[in-house]
Design a protein around this ligand. Structure first.
Ligand code: CP
Ligand code: NVA
Length: 305
């Protein structure tokens, strides 16, 4: 497995299976015994910070969460110097960043210095792979297998959508996106998706995407860092919501997923997200287990256990 997990495309199908299996182990390996994990957050977080801290703790380690303004990436000092500093105390670096390139630069600086400390993307403007691992774990737990599942994403072709789409391609699930045309995946994302293989469509036709789906997934229309575009995006996405009438087009046993935080009455109705088909609390809980799986597999492969 690759050392740095900045994108779902850094994983192979067999890596995903290993991570999801490791997420479900009853006895956890103490791969972080006596070691630290630095967790950087340039954006707010409820789930990721707590899931990552508890994952590190359960693996025997000591997490230190760091707010972006404490270290001032590229203001107080460079991303490279911060990565090299943190790697001298910690065995894992996780980071939620405003600019995906910050992760790339941190990983390159560590590799260039011969460090074996992995960098994990805890959300960037491009991808959210630790979310996608939790989503795949949730779908696998609910349906028993991932292959052949039909995932319908109603909303922005954002970080969450791209990581989930790549993840679906890698595990043999289909992924369809329904969004206004101006908010579909761009050429770079499409290139990553095509090289991951798999079935994929994007369309403005919400009903065709929902029809026969096993999973109806939504995320906020306005992601962190996009606040200035908020009003225009909300207007453009009107109608691209999951509600009871859309749910009727999905399979009878379909589930509803959302990475959270949610805006009830915008991308999803309260009756759906708080209804019997909703998997949001299992999904949120699985953030911790999938991070346990990811970190333990990364460190076990490295022989540091
Ligand atoms: N889903 C997710 O990443 O939530 P947080 O932003 O609260 O971490
Ligand atoms: N797309 C959202 C996900 C939040 C977990 C954002 O980037 O804000």
């Amino acid at each position: 497995m690759r050392r740095n997990i900045l994108s779902m495309a850094d994983l192979e199908t067999s890596d995903i299976v290993s991570i999801l299996d490791a997420a479900e182990r009853e006895r956890l390996p103490r791969v972080l015994e006596g070691k630290g994990a630095a967790l950087i957050f340039e954006h707010p977080s409820a789930r990721t910070r707590n899931a990552a801290e508890m994952a590190v703790f359960r693996l025997g380690g000591h997490p230190i969460s760091i707010r972006g303004d404490e270290i001032g990436i590229d203001r107080r000092e460079s991303a490279e110097d911060i990565a090299l500093t943190l790697a001298s105390y910690h065995s894992v670096i996780g980071a939620r960043v405003t600019d995906h390139q910050t992760l790339v630069r941190m990983a390159e600086a560590l590799e260039g210095a011969g460090s074996r400390v992995p960098v994990i993307n805890l959300l960037s403007n491009v991808e959210h792979p630790s979310q996608a691992l939790a989503d795949l774990l949730t779908i696998r737990q609910h349906f028993g297998e991932l292959k052949g599942r039909k995932v319908a994403f109603i909303g922005d072709a954002n970080n969450v959508a791209l990581s989930l789409a790549i993840g679906c391609a890698l595990v043999g699930a289909s992924f369809s996106l329904a969004a206004p045309k101006g908010f579909w995946f761009g050429e770079v994302a499409l290139g990553t998706l095509r090289s991951s293989g798999g079935e994929f469509i994007q369309t403005e036709d919400v009903i065709s995407v929902a029809s026969g789906a096993d999973v109806l997934y939504s995320d906020v229309w306005v992601s962190m860092g996009e606040e200035e575009e908020g009003a225009s995006k909300r207007a453009a996405f009107s109608g691209f919501s999951i509600d009871d009438s859309l749910l009727e087009h999905a399979r009878e046993d379909a589930i509803v997923m959302h990475c959270l935080p949610a805006h009830r009455g915008e991308e999803v109705s309260a009756s759906v997200i708080d209804g019997p088909r909703s998997m949001i609390w299992l999904q949120a809980r699985n953030r911790m287990f999938s991070l346990i799986g990811l970190i333990s597999v990364l460190l076990e492969e490295d022989g540091s256990s």
